[in-house]
Design a protein around this ligand. Sequence first.
Ligand SMILES: Nc1ncnc2c1ncn2[C@@H]1O[C@H](COP(=O)(O)OP(=O)(O)OP(=O)(O)O)[C@@H](O)[C@H]1O
Ligand SMILES: [Mg+2]
Length: 260
Amino acid sequence: MSALLSIEGLGIGFGGIRAVNDVSFSVRPGEILSVIGPNGAGKTTLFNMISGVYRPDTGRVVLDGEDVTAIEPHLLARRGLSRTFQNLQIFQSMTVLDNAVAGYHLRESGSVLADLFSLPASRRRAREAREGARALLARVGLDRAAEREAGNLSYGALKRLEIARALALNPKVLLLDEPAAGCNAVETEEIDQLIAEVARSGVAILLVEHDMKMVMRISNHIVVLDHGEKIAEGDPATVSQNPAVIAAYLGSEEAAHADG
Ligand SMILES: Nc1ncnc2c1ncn2[C@@H]1O[C@H](COP(=O)(O)OP(=O)(O)OP(=O)(O)O)[C@@H](O)[C@H]1O
Ligand SMILES: [Mg+2]
């Protein structure tokens, strides 16, 4: 199958520093592609360019054959590219169900007037959103927590709720920035299985994750960034034995020891 999302020569600088420089790769439907690299390598910045949060100063993002570079995030979401954030963006005081419902409202073109007068069309949409949200909660294993306040969930459950909300947009491509960060081994395993299930349904997954065991277990393809440059790519076995990759990680550990 051909590429669903292609990243072509993407780059961006902040005040003279190239945070990401000339990065290219592509991902196919159902594929799990991980972007790894030491802290500050440019992974989140790359995701921000792909999802329209930052405008790249070089290169293109091509989704389904169309140039979607720097299109606003909510418009990109309607075209099938959705994401989660490195820092949780859940409404803690709302119920789990309402958080999932909120995902549906992101994809509506939504007439404010129709909502004001609660016209039948908007009432029907609201009902469909609740039904869809319930189905999504079941998919991520949170159906029994639907009425609970989101702030009371365990960290792993919150991360799954965030994935559910991104899935409400019915994406073709899903970007996950550190979906297992802060999770224990059991929670990581649950997220791992959820990501694999989403990929099996045909969604292309772009994953940034520091948990190397998880990355090696579930990735079909890995792209390695260091100081904003792509230094390697390939399947997990090849990448994990690549001397440049090992050196980049060792180098970052030495820097961390020197700092501390
Ligand atoms: N808005 C910004 N303004 C200035 N510099 C930025 C901005 N966003 C990112 N950077 C810089 O770009 C570089 C890459 O940062 P980025 O957050 O993409 O790294 P990362 O690979 O996601 O790291 P981590 O693993 O710690 O999340 C860093 O040097 C960072 O300080
Ligand atoms: Mg990051």
